[in-house]
Design a protein around this ligand. Structure first.
Ligand code: ADP
Length: 560
């Protein structure tokens, strides 16, 4: 790191406050940033109260147990070798100090210090806990309620990526768990100013503020790389460049994709009833949120779109973000599940934190049913992990202070866990059926670039636009009953391809009929799907008027 870092110690102080308020002498700091560890050690050495500790131990599964001299800043911890009492135990620590196996011995060793002297015990880089070998949880539970430890003012700090991986639910109740922000805005502010100074870049306070805002969720190392890269590319801290670099970084995490929303409502054919509903209950409330607050209207935070594939659910989510002018974040559920045990929970946790930092934003979760069910998975550790991911997600969904507006879609609402569909998690659950005749006509026109006001590419035609529109209405629309929007789009593509392959001047009417006939669609099955979807919709909502309108829209014929 080239710039001097001005750390914001707020997270440590928050932990200490909890200890002092007698929540627990044990604090687990969740972070993946190695710099935070360094910061914690420095804090212990510089804080007048902590410096008064009689012993400071640091344990790392690679380095083993070490003793830190609390009054010698900058001095590296020294390996701890001394035998206290039981010499065979000390020997074991010495021999196996670098291995996790020795952790058990370390814990026993430190136990005595914590109870007899004012001691700080820091544990770092414990990424997973094999309880049988380490006994860590048992130790934490015992320490959490030990009156001697509290009386001495001893403390235990654990730094880990994921508290869930080292403690079970019961233990979590007995300790303080704090998630460390990748960076606070104060830290980013300092970093931006310092980097600008180093680069001899003049930066007004507005621009600094914008950069600080736009880089929320990044750690300081990432921030610095982004700043330097932006400078390298544009000779400035250019906001669009910074946003792009951040998106690229976020994408590397694999779980989130940030996009500017592409299409608005005008590129969606038909679905007038849903458009009106979404505009009234979601868009307007968010767009005029101050006014909505004055009326004490709740702001929508979760919406579920359900219905068969290709009916425009993702399209609507995108349009929603565009209409309310919010970033669109795609949470790629399949990338959450890692083959590495314990990483899935970690992935989701990071994604949630990042998404919250970037919010208000629309967080889109396609096929939300992938999160499975509470009881899902086997009894093995992979099954445990799936359950953990599920409950983490549910916790986020139900969090009252959630900033992200979650738009989830599913083709199989019946597979969703009841916890998802219970009232409160999603404000609205909106069914997407196959488009009715008028909607099909409009969708065809959208994809032919013939819808008014759209700047989509128009293919060459051998008939006049007016004639083609009439032909689609009379001949093609009736052939496409229970086609999805995606299939209608595909129909247009196939028609274009037929004309293209023929080497024709342009599309002929016949091309559309030929293209339509290439689809094999099981109408009966689709009719059943519509019925199932409507039945599900009735189960989800008591807004009968809305459902009636949706059903009615399926029968609306093409107007003139
Ligand atoms: P879903 O999310 O329901 O599976 P999508 O929104 O991904 O469906 O739809 C796939 C594609 O089909 C869209 O990108 C769009 O091109 C087309 N499409 C679907 N519905 C419509 C519609 N009502 N108007 C225009 N295009 C549509």
């Amino acid at each position: 790191m080239t710039s001097a870092v001005e750390w914001d110690n707020q997270w440590i102080e928050e932990g200490l406050l909890k200890v002092r308020s007698n929540y627990s002498p044990i604090v687990i700091f969740e972070t993946t940033d190695p710099k935070r560890l360094y910061q914690l050690k420095e804090y212990v050495r510089s804080n007048s109260e902590l410096r008064g500790s009689e012993y400071v131990f640091v344990y790392d599964q690679w380095e083993g147990l070490a003793k830190l001299n609390p009054t010698a800043p900058g001095k590296e911890p020294e390996p701890y070798r001394k035998a206290v009492g039981n010499s065979s135990l000390a020997k074991k620590v010495e021999e196996e100090g670098a291995h996790l196996v020795a952790f058990k011995a370390v814990l026993k060793e430190v136990d005595g210090f914590l109870k007899k002297y004012r001691t700080i015990f820091m544990v770092q880089n414990v990424s997973e806990n094999r309880e049988a070998e380490t006994g860590l949880q048992s130790a934490l539970r015992a320490w959490a309620i030990d009156p001697n430890i509290v009386a001495k003012g001893s403390m235990v700090f654990l730094v880990t990526a994921d508290a869930d991986r080292i403690c079970d639910e019961f233990t979590r109740e007995l300790v303080v768990i704090l998630r460390v922000d990748p960076s606070s805005s104060r830290e980013r502010q300092a970093m931006v100013t310092a980097t600008a100074r180093e680069l001899d870049l003049r930066l007004d306070s507005d621009r600094t503020g914008e950069v600080v805002m736009a880089t929320a969720g990044m750690n300081l190392h990432q921030l610095e790389s982004i700043l330097l890269e932006s400078y390298h590319l544009t000779k400035a801290f250019d906001l669009p460049a910074i946003k792009n670099l951040k998106s690229a970084l976020v994408k590397r995490s694999g779980v989130l994709e940030v996009r500017d929303p592409q299409n608005g409502f005008d590129e969606i054919g038909g679905y007038q009833v849903v458009k009106e509903f979404v505009t009234r209950y979601i868009i307007n409330v968010l767009r005029y949120s101050d006014r909505a607050r004055r009326y004490a209207l709740p702001l929508p935070k979760g919406i579920l779109f359900f219905g068969p594939p290709g009916t425009g659910k993702s399209l609507f989510a995108n349009a929603l973000a565009k209409e309310i002018n919010l970033p669109f974040i795609n949470l790629v559920t399949e990338n959450i599940y890692s083959k590495w045990l314990g990483e899935s929970g970690q992935n989701l946790r990071n994604a949630i934190q990042l998404a919250e930092k970037m919010s208000p934003a629309v967080v889109f979760i396609d096929e939300i049913d992938r999160f499975g069910k509470r009881g899902g998975g086997g009894g093995d550790s992979a099954g445990e992990e799936t359950k953990r991911v599920f409950s983490q997600f549910l916790e986020w969904l139900g969090r009252p202070d959630r900033q992200a507006i979650i738009v989830g879609t599913t083709n199989v609402p019946e597979h969703l866990d009841e916890a998802f569909t219970r009232t409160g998690r999603f404000d609205y659950k909106i069914p997407f059926l196959y488009p009715g005749p008028a909607a099909r006509q409009e969708i065809l026109l959208v994809h032919l670039g013939l819808k008014q006001g759209l700047r989509k590419g128009k293919p060459p035609l051998t008939v006049s636009e007016g004639e083609l529109v009439g032909f689609l209405k009379q001949r093609v629309v009736p052939l496409t009953e229970n086609f999805s929007g995606a299939e209608l789009e595909e129909l247009v593509t196939r028609a274009k391809r037929l004309a293209f392959d023929r080497g024709a001047e342009g599309l002929e009417q016949e091309d559309f009929l030929k293209a339509a006939r290439t689809f094999r669609i099981d109408r009966e099955r689709r009719q059943e799907i519509v019925e199932e979807c409507l039945e599900q919709a009735r189960r989800f909502t008591d807004d009968q008027a809305f459902l009636d309108a949706i059903e009615k829209e399926m029968d609306i014929e093409v107007g003139n």
